[in-house]
Design a protein around this ligand. Structure first.
Ligand SMILES: C[S@@+](CC[C@H](N)C(=O)[O-])C[C@H]1O[C@@H](n2cnc3c(N)ncnc32)[C@H](O)[C@@H]1O
Length: 236
């Protein structure tokens, strides 16, 4: 008897198709349905662009799922509910569904919200998580920067949620990784300056893609409109 249809959450790495695992490649090639998240209805899925060469639209259904770029709200919640329903419907038809995510699926990915909904609605559906190379380790590699040695402590934070706690975190940890930094960069820079850490940071944009940028002079970024796919690593 064949195994029941399942959901795979597959990390596709930060941008370079060579940073895709062999397991991710096999599962994506074999999938009947591939769900690709986008931030706006007309935005191309970055995750899909990474695996474009593996996908065959003649044989595979590609579902582009749009999630508004906001922290919370009914619009976002209904997008998650709708995405979960699309996935469950395909699985109930006996089709394996692959949900692709940038980097690793368990690190701040949209899949986590859908996972929570499906787990509560349909605990019977098997879900397999395939880890991917995170943008964090790829950014550290691009910058040639160790993330942690010996007893050092590392903090990973979504910058958009940080305010009063940021100073404390920067004081207490040896390495601080700030994700989702684009919209709050100038504010973060001011805090780094105040703590004498402005020259200890590196900004990494679209690591692993043709548009990769690694910037050590953080002051050169002030006032610039920055890419959502960028982060700051501060290492003391
Ligand atoms: C929703 S989180 C996804 C993280 C992803 N699951 C991972 O493991 O890398 C999005 C944030 O990850 C970071 N990010 C993702 N891809 C990136 C890339 N190619 N280059 C730099 N930062 C990236 C940025 O900070 C971005 O705001």
């Amino acid at each position: 008897m064949s195994s029941p249809a399942r959901i795979y959450a597959v990390g596709v790495g930060p941008g370079d198709p060579e940073l895709l695992t062999r397991k991710a490649e096999r599962i994506i090639r074999n999938a009947r349905v591939i769900c690709a998240p986008t931030g706006a209805a007309d935005a191309a899925s970055y995750a899909l662009s990474i695996v474009r060469e593996l996908v065959d639209p003649a044989r595979q259904e590609i579902i582009s799922q749009t999630f508004p770029m906001m922290k919370k709200g009914p619009e976002l919640e209904s997008a998650w509910e709708e995405a979960a329903s699309q996935v469950v419907e395909r699985v109930d038809r006996g089709e394996d569904v692959v949900f692709i995510t940038i980097g690793d699926p368990l690190l701040y990915s949209t899949f986590l919200y859908i996972h929570r909904i499906i787990r509560s609605r349909r605990p019977d559906i098997p879900i397999e998580i395939v880890p991917g190379i995170s943008s964090i380790t790829a950014a550290a590699a691009a910058a040639g920067l160790p993330l942690g040695m010996a007893g050092e402590r590392i903090a990973i934070l979504p910058a958009t949620y940080e305010d009063y706690e940021l100073r404390k975190t920067l004081r207490e940890f040896d390495t601080v990784v700030l994700m989702k930094v684009s919209r709050v960069f100038d504010r973060i820079y001011a805090v780094l300056q105040e703590l004498g850490l402005a020259d200890r940071g590196v900004f990494v944009r679209r690591v692993g893609s043709g548009q990769e940028e690694v910037v050590f002079d953080l002051s050169s970024l002030l006032g610039r409109e920055l890419d959502y796919l960028s982060m700051l690593i501060i290492r003391k």
